[in-house]
Design a protein around this ligand. Sequence first.
Ligand code: SF4
Ligand code: SF4
Ligand code: SF4
Length: 190
Amino acid sequence: MAWVMLAVWAGLFAALSGALAALARHRPEETAALAAALDALLPQTQCGQCEHPGCHPYAAALASGSAAPNRCVPGGSRTRDRLLERLGIDEARERFPAPPVPTPTVARIDEMRCVACTLCLDACPVDAIVGARSFAHTVIAAECTGCALCLPVCPVDCIVLTPAPPLSDGRIPGYPGADDLASVRAHGPH
Ligand code: SF4
Ligand code: SF4
Ligand code: SF4
């Protein structure tokens, strides 16, 4: 009889430990620490293609369990794998297919039509646009990620996305660590 009681108590203790561990996992400071760790794995282009307003908001959603780990488009499968590993759900890879590989694009401003309103300067999350009031603006192609966030703010629609020109070292503009996009550069979209 004693061993039965011992087994019951052991079971209760294990269940309680599991519940406490789950609670501890969701303590705000641990969620914040996890969000910071996940944020460090993201490309930091702040492009919004994950449907969150930047990398840290996406990382925070991941840490709180309200976002899937395969939403970072520029990060591709490599970032998905790193997020899964950090979240401890590496075995579930098939449940989270890699995000689609985008065609690399870069913004271009028609300087003849630009009215120098400066609105696109604030809209660009990576400071890829240079200009000042009363001077035509231009895009630094090597910094532009093609996120298109500057397009809707332009009052005269003089910003367009064009195929990204290759950089001399073969990198994709704005995607310094995304192997998937480097593959696109080498082999074309797929
Ligand atoms: S898609 Fe990736 S790079 Fe873009 S904001 Fe979201 S997490 Fe950051
Ligand atoms: S598409 Fe526009 S907002 Fe996005 S990185 Fe390029 S210049 Fe900046
Ligand atoms: S938003 Fe359009 S018009 Fe205004 S500065 Fe930028 S490119 Fe020029």
